[in-house]
Design a protein around this ligand. Sequence first.
Ligand code: DP6
Length: 322
Amino acid sequence: MKVTARAHTNIALVKYWGKKDQQLIIPQTDSLSLTLDKFYTDTTVEFQPELKHDQLVVDGQVFAPKQMKKVTRVLDRVRELSNQTLYASVNSTNHVPMAAGLASSASAFAALALSASRSAGLTLSGRDLSRLARRGSGSATRSVFGGLVEWHAGHDDQSSYAEPIMENVGFDIEMLAILIDTKQKKISSRGGMQSSVETSPFYPAWREVVAHDMVAMKQAIQNHDIDQIGHLAEENAMRMHALTLSADPDYTYFDGGTIQAMNLIKGLRNQGVNCYYTMDAGPNVKVIYNQRDRERIINALAPSFGVNNLVVAQPGPGAHLL
Ligand code: DP6
């Protein structure tokens, strides 16, 4: 059966940065994110008797079998769950600048989990789908659901899954992505986070930061308090990035444009506009704010980055079939 699914990216407000188990992708800590409407991946999967190996095409580009290990891992799990051995063809289109810290792996593996499981005749619950997506990429665990989502770290395959906190976000939170550099990133999140776990002396403190932030963030969400959500998200992101600067060898995902954006946002804040920044494994900056302040924020950023590089996103839906 040929099945197409769509999944949207998510941006973490409390970041996932480090694994306990690299094979199963069990994270060191819980995390929490917002799924966005603007960036998504469409993936079509078909298991076919005539195939001699799995096939992957992403945005029209054919991948060699050894370039598609993460995809194979998810497909292997689907074969295991559905008790069959057929190979699959996978065709994926990203509506996300790839590998630019806009979490294309999150939407990609959530869309793959849904399309591949359905194509193999499985109807998984949201929780089980999130566990399957997790095999491909950690952040994909959360993209199975829409709105505000929590990933419970757990300790094994069964206990590490995502759960929606608020699927229909009933308040005016918005995220604006500043596209600073959409080229492929130099240090993968996978390699970067592992180096932070192994070499940053601050890693134990990070676990405590996240434990605190998960509680505070959920409270801020229940209060619909966008300022507090933004403040906590910015602080959490900066503490995550402190793990890259304190690793050995040290590294950073920021570039000049990242720092410039941070300064502009702080400047706006000093003028009384409540807006906050967050960054992932790339130089792009995402701004968190109340919808009503959109114009002022765009007007302040456009002269430096160009209005075409500012993308406004709102809470988006979970993975679904097309
Ligand atoms: C900074 O999910 O890309 O975006 O599990 O190794 O595939 P793997 O990593 P990935 O890491 C995401 C890191 C982050 C923070 C987050 O999304 O929570």
